[in-house]
Design a protein around this ligand. Structure first.
Ligand SMILES: [Zn+2]
Ligand SMILES: [Zn+2]
Length: 298
């Protein structure tokens, strides 16, 4: 790309970011390969009291940096003109996105969900991997994000989640709106039956708090969250094992960054779970490293 087209690309990106922000969608920028940008040294070494939601850094803490503020968006894109635009999902933007990835069996699940009448027509984007993102209006309350939450290859991006948005492109593959996009297609309210299907999924595993006799034991919160992640990895089906493991490492990275868990402990627990469900040690460690890196843990 020569200088002129690079400037034009950045200008188009700023325009698109402003459009998304005008819809009330907080926008942030991902680095190459859809991974969040690394945290600054101050945020990386901050203790557990550091509030990611109110942190003033332009790009730290992944989706927590998402904003609808025009000046901040312009500054972020100036600093990362080749980045990938992403939008925070969940209550923060009032969206729940159903993410269909045909590479993980999503086409069959999509057909089943459509046949059951669970996915009414709504604003839709075609993703860079040949899948689709269906945008529904967030019904309020908490909607958990989850890999495979609606079946193989169909994830839900809601609270504590994000999606890459048009007109981003990753390599040769572009994210594009279907049917004219947000100017002509409304965001449909999430059907109650779809919500029911999500909320009737098995709840996150309960954990036994560590023995109360040791006041220096890891906080219940962190060990509990790690146990929940490990349980999810153990429950992963063939075809989604790497995806779930990657999600697990990414999710656990926040605990490492905030000092609630250490990287060796997280890696050990996840690798142990991964080898039990049939991944090789080498495969498991590569996926864990990639998930942790995506979460800003080098
Ligand atoms: Zn920072
Ligand atoms: Zn910070």
């Amino acid at each position: 790309m020569d200088d002129g087209s690079a400037v034009l690309a950045a200008a188009l990106m700023v325009d698109a970011a402003y459009d998304h922000a005008a819809r009330g969608w907080p926008v942030f920028v991902l680095g190459d390969g859809k991974t969040p940008l690394p945290n600054c040294t101050r945020c990386r070494t901050a203790d557990g009291t550091h509030d990611m939601e109110t942190c003033v850094c332009l790009t730290c803490h992944g989706f927590y940096a998402a904003t609808t503020d025009a000046d901040r968006l312009a500054a972020v894109i100036c600093a990362h003109p080749t980045g990938v635009l992403a939008v925070r999902t969940g209550a923060a933007s009032g969206t729940v996105v159903v993410d269909v990835d045909p590479r993980s069996g999503g086409a069959a699940t999509l057909a089943e969900l459509l046949a059951a009448g669970l996915l009414p027509p709504t604003l839709t984007a075609r993703t860079g991997s040949g899948g689709v993102h269906l945008y529904y209006a967030h019904p309020g309350g908490t909607i958990r994000s989850g890999a495979g939450a609606l079946g193989p290859g169909v994830d839900v991006k809601a609270d504590k989640g994000y999606v890459v948005v048009p007109p981003s492109r990753i390599g040769e593959r572009a994210y594009v709106w279907a049917d004219g996009g947000p100017d002509s297609v409304p965001v449909t309210t999430m059907p109650v039956a779809l919500l029911d299907r999500l909320t009737t999924l098995p709840p996150a595993p309960r954990l036994t708090p560590p023995a109360a006799s040791n006041p220096f034991a890891a906080p219940v919160d962190a060990s509990g969250r790690l146990a929940g992640i490990v349980a999810a990895v153990l429950a992963a089906r063939p075809g989604e094992r790497n995806t779930v493991l990657n999600w697990g490492a990414y999710t656990a990275s926040e605990m490492v960054r905030t000092g609630a868990a250490n990287v060796e402990g997280v890696t050990g627990a996840l690798a142990d779970a991964a080898t039990r469900i049939g991944l090789t040690d080498r495969e498991a460690h590569a996926t864990i490293r990639s998930g942790l890196r995506a979460g800003g843990v080098a």
